[in-house]
Design a protein. Sequence first.
Length: 188
Amino acid sequence: MSFSDLEAAKADARMLMRAERAAIEPRDSALKLIENFPLHLARLSPVAGYWPVGGEIDDRPLLAALAKAGRVVALPRMESRNGPARFLAWRGNEVLSADAFGVPSPPADGADLNPRLFFVPLLAFDRAGARLGQGGGHYDRIISLYRAHGAIAVGLAYAEQEMGQVPTGPHDAHLDWVITPKEAIRCR
């Protein structure tokens, strides 16, 4: 598949999956993530979450449960739209401020962390661990960088976001796990 064909396939999949995700009623999905979360992953720390935007499944109850169990929790902060993410400690009670994308993030003067476990938002996933994101490549770079240091990437999604096969290219980083309100999927 040529680069332009791949980009067209991704654009079509993004449009389809945004509509699919918009139709999902969250109900108790965030709490079901906790029920399905593998215990051996819950032992890892620091844990990097994300602030949910645009209909992404809410990881904050899971982050709160991990923090209550003694894990150090971080959120990303993008200082520029093209730069790398910094992962800053978050205890859940700090005042957040908008990063370069307008996403609520810990203050820029917070403590930098090197997470061992990443929660990754997504539009679509498949059981091989392929992930379709928003298209900026930020999480592909994050996963690749931190995986080189042994970190584990966990996609969090609604079960309805599963595709038979996500269109991917050579620079797309795969997930190690996907956790949905229905199950935990070990990828690869």
